[in-house]
Design a protein around this ligand. Structure first.
Ligand SMILES: Cc1cc2nc3c(=O)[nH]c(=O)nc-3n(C[C@H](O)[C@H](O)[C@H](O)COP(=O)(O)OP(=O)(O)OC[C@H]3O[C@@H](n4cnc5c(N)ncnc54)[C@H](O)[C@@H]3O)c2cc1C
Length: 383
């Protein structure tokens, strides 16, 4: 069995792990190894809708969103297979609580947004049914992309800057002085820096290392609908209904939704959408976009994302020295991983952190406590 000393080990080859590798190499950490047990982008990062919410909101601050936009535009320049699709976007509220949520988003962002009433939305976008709409928030420059190509682009940039991706599974961790030894299917890596960015598998891996974070895997699902004729529907989201959608480049309509139901068995997880989600699509799709009344189901899938009690990700060092975590992004890890990877790197190499790291501290909860998974509007109302 081989043993290698390396500058940093990143466990997980999704978008989070790839972006962590990019930021670590850029900060001068040499010999960064990414361990991925399957193919890169084979889990949540390849199954996402690819809506880049950093073009629409600044939940973690204007600097965090800007950093993400700049990084992804750089990837687009460098990687031929990556296209950032630009479109208009609307966040639509169907309740008073949802309207308050959108108004607060409008007031707290430096991104140009426009509050619309139901009649104004109907005039601009006649495809939407607006009878039940309380408020809509319009954005001129929303962006979506193919999340698999985005993740592969991040890996290509990481590789060009010196990181190595290996197909090995991290099995166990041992702390030896100020080094952590990562046991894999093929060998062993020793490093003072180990980052666990393993998406829904993160909690399980950290437990193997002897620590814990409050993280619960949950499902997010997508249905691709075939309308009777090609449609050009802007990006939209309905936060108080926990659903979103947009046209696809092929003229179909993507309809996505998160659930607050935890995934109990990560390994036997089936990657097709569940019946309750498809029933929800059947009910809500024509209610939001009447043109979908006669749509057929073209494709559907499900993926595993990880939720935290306060809807903030874990970015930073665990209670084991040298063992870091970057996970818990809920349904927005494609969008928020650039800033998270940068913040984590700032903490590792000791540069001024991009944003206040305390809100993301992995030790802010006990780790083993039970918690309910909340959706965005419920979280906002309860906070
Ligand atoms: C249907 C759906 C729609 C979504 N839509 C959006 C969206 O529009 N915008 C957005 O920003 N986000 C979206 N998300 C969320 C986003 O996909 C996730 O937040 C993000 O992909 C998380 O990235 P990750 O790298 O942490 O996880 P993953 O992509 O799951 O990567 C983790 C990797 O770790 C690997 N791994 C696990 N255990 C080990 C081990 N022991 N050793 C080595 N490797 C291991 C896995 O094989 C996997 O490749 C969506 C998610 C889903 C499922």
């Amino acid at each position: 069995m081989t043993s290698r000393r390396v500058g940093a080990v990143v466990v997980g080859g999704g978008i989070v792990g790839a972006n962590c590798a990019v930021q670590l190499t850029r900060a001068g950490v040499e010999n960064v190894v990414i361990l991925e047990r399957d193919a890169p982008a084979s889990k949540a990062s390849g199954r996402a809708a690819g809506n880049l919410t950093i073009y629409r909101h600044e939940r973690f601050g204007a600097d965090a969103s800007r950093l993400g936009r700049e990084l992804y535009e750089e990837y687009e320049q460098k990687y031929d297979d990556l296209t950032l699709h630009r479109t208009k976007s609307y966040s639509i509220a169907y309740s008073d609580e949802g309207a308050d949520y959108l108004r607060s988003e409008h007031e707290s962002t430096t991104i140009e947004t426009e509050l619309l009433n139901a009649d104004e939305l109907a005039e601009r976008e006649p495809e939407f049914a607006t009878d039940d709409v309380t408020v809509a928030l319009g954005f001129e420059d929303a962006v979506y992309t193919d999340p698999k190509q985005l993740t592969l682009a991040a890996h290509a940039v990481a590789r060009d800057e010196g990181a190595t991706l290996v197909q090995e599974e991290a099995r166990d961790f041992e702390v030896e002085g100020n080094e952590i030894s990562v046991q894999t299917t093929d060998g062993r890596y020793e490093s003072p820096i180990v980052v666990v960015a393993a998406g829904a598998w993160t909690k399980r891996l950290l437990q193997r290392a002897g620590t814990d974070v409050a993280l619960r895997p949950r499902t997010s699902q997508i249905a691709i609908l075939e309308p009777p004729s090609d449609r050009d529907i802007p990006m939209w989201s309905a936060p108080d209904l926990s659903v979103y959608g947009r046209s696809t480049p092929e003229g179909r309509v993507l309809f996505g939704g998160g659930t607050t139901t935890p995934v109990t068995d990560l390994e036997s997880f089936r990657t097709r959408a569940r019946v309750p989600f498809l029933l929800q699509v059947g009910e809500l799709a024509p209610r939001i976009l009447p043109v979908l009344e006669d749509a057929t189901l073209h494709d559907d899938w499900a993926g595993r994302v990880s939720a935290t009690p306060d809807r903030y990700p874990y970015i930073g060092e665990t209670d084991i020295e040298g063992l870091y975590v970057c996970s818990g992004f809920n349904g927005e890890g494609v969008s928020n991983s650039p800033f998270a990877a940068r913040l984590l790197t700032d903490l590792i190499v000791g540069t001024d952190p991009l944003v206040d790291p305390s809100e993301f501290d992995p030790t802010r909860f006990e780790g083993d406590e039970a918690f309910e998974i909340t959706d965005a509007v419920q979280w906002w109302a309860d906070r």
